[in-house]
Write a new protein. Structure first.
Length: 200
């Protein structure tokens, strides 16, 4: 039986690494090496926390980067056998600057891929500045705070997003910061959805 526990702002995940974990860890190492602040968010966080569902992408937010750093990152990715399935990695800076996400995947693979975008709004910035650590297979990666993930998933409103929110809330209800969760619920204007979640 694998164990998942949220303790002292760290999510401990005790299970074998899957393909998504390996992808996230490898990319996180590259971003650390280049010196780019980043955080994993969205569906991957729910899967990391044991939700059984498929996804084609691992969402990652990065701090805004300049052209020189984008070039360094593109070169490093190519050296480590990654490519851009949707566009050449060389056009990374231009894409991110336009607010478009870029896809990054191991060479010759299209899915799963990393979906990388620059922080855009206050919720993205909060995910980055309040990131917590996920520890899995002896490796650590930064993930968005679970309270914000839950509220944000409620705001998206699609079936899989609501299910992600329910999974995270049910699993970590005892260890979540209720005040933080309610702050994000209020900021994202999902009070009615949150009431339904608590009553479920």
């Amino acid at each position: 039986m694998s164990g998942i526990e949220l303790r002292d702002e760290t999510l401990y995940v005790d299970r074998a690494l899957n393909q998504l974990d390996e992808l996230a860890i490898a990319f996180s190492d590259i971003l650390d090496h280049v010196g780019i602040e980043h955080v994993f968010i969205a569906g991957y966080v729910s899967i990391l926390a044991g939700r059984a569902r498929s996804t084609e992408d691992v969402d990652v937010l990065i701090e805004p980067i300049d052209e020189a750093i984008a070039e360094t990152l593109a070169t490093r990715l190519e050296t480590e056998n990654f490519w851009g399935p949707a566009m050449p990695l060389a056009s990374m800076y231009e894409m991110l600057e336009n607010g478009d996400p870029i896809w990054v995947a191991p060479t010759d693979q299209v899915t799963p891929h990393l979906k990388v975008k620059t922080v855009g709004d206050e919720f993205d910035r909060a995910s980055l500045s309040h990131a917590i650590t996920a520890q899995i297979g002896g490796e650590s990666i930064p993930i968005g705070p679970l309270e914000l993930q839950i509220a944000y998933k409620l705001s998206l409103g699609a079936q899989k997003d609501i299910e992600d929110a329910v999974h995270l809330y049910t699993l970590f209800e005892e260890t979540l910061s209720v005040s933080q969760l309610e702050t994000w619920v209020s900021r994202l204007d999902v009070d009615a959805e949150y009431d339904r979640l608590r009553d479920a």
